[in-house]
Design a protein around this ligand. Structure first.
Ligand code: HEC
Length: 114
């Protein structure tokens, strides 16, 4: 009986670990819904002044968002992004950056939009 409880615990623990590592893409995708209006459903924008985000490097992506939030980035249409960045926590930025950095790469197997 003791053994069964123990192995059950190990099973739960390991599936939780797997879910955490593979799910950041899905979490990021959920959080990025609002971004898709301007940056396109697949990270390729359909309107000229809006940049593409697909495949963007995560560290650059996060630094850009932080610059909008701190108002260090003010040129052009930055005002649109300042409002967007205000609504994001550091964790949101990481998750969304992960999503876009993996979008369109071979490493990402969860992608539905090809
Ligand atoms: C209302 C339209 C709009 C929405 C919604 C929007 N963006 Fe943007 N985004 C822009 C525009 C316009 C720019 C270019 C701004 C500039 O000139 O700096 C931009 C720029 C960016 C950049 C910098 C790209 C680069 O190459 O430097 C990132 C990163 C970004 N957006 C992420 C996001 C994320 C994440 C969201 C969702 C939380 C989002 N955007 C929602 C319009 C939008």
């Amino acid at each position: 009986m003791k053994v069964r409880i123990l192995s059950c615990g190990i099973l739960l623990f390991s599936t939780a670990l797997i879910a955490e590592t593979t799910d950041q893409f899905t979490i990021g995708q959920q959080k990025a819904k609002v971004c898709m209006t301007c940056h396109g459903a697949d990270g390729i924008s359909t309107t000229d002044p809006y940049p593409n985000l697909r495949g963007q490097r995560a560290s650059y992506f996060i630094s850009a968002l932080k610059d909008y939030k701190s108002r260090e980035r003010t040129s052009g249409l930055a005002i649109l992004m300042q409002q967007q960045a205000d609504a994001l926590t550091d964790q949101d930025m990481k998750d969304i950056a992960y999503y876009y950095s993996m979008l369109g790469t071979k490493k990402n197997k969860n992608e539905s939009t090809k």
